[in-house]
Design a protein. Structure first.
Length: 105
């Protein structure tokens, strides 16, 4: 499965557009990560624990989107867009959505 943020795949013309496919995930961070992230906000630096959660959420959303494209027998998903939002009380959870167009090449 080819995944692309562009609207085509170089050298491979699109033969059929199969429809929009999506993947979503909502993931929460725990209080320990929140405490260490707060300290990082004060002293500066990167929050590796939040970066790990963010990567996990992105990968899960892309995997779900890919699985939905495979159900359509797609060869690729083009025009992929990733969106990140905070949800829940005090923005304590992270929502990541991946969407694109499933195509046959």
């Amino acid at each position: 499965m080819i995944l692309s943020t562009t609207n085509n795949v170089d050298g491979k013309p699109v033969k059929d557009y199969l429809g929009i496919v999506t993947g979503e995930t909502i993931i929460g961070a725990n209080i320990v990560k929140d405490v260490f992230a707060s300290i990082r906000d004060i002293v500066g630096g990167r929050s590796s624990s939040y970066e790990k959660v963010l990567r996990e959420a992105k990968n899960t959303a892309l995997k779900e989107m890919t699985e939905n494209a495979e159900k359509l027998n797609a060869d690729a998903v083009i025009g992929i867009d990733l969106d990140y939002e905070t949800v829940g009380n005090r923005g304590g959870m992270l929502m990541v959505t991946a969407s694109g167009t499933a195509v046959k090449l």
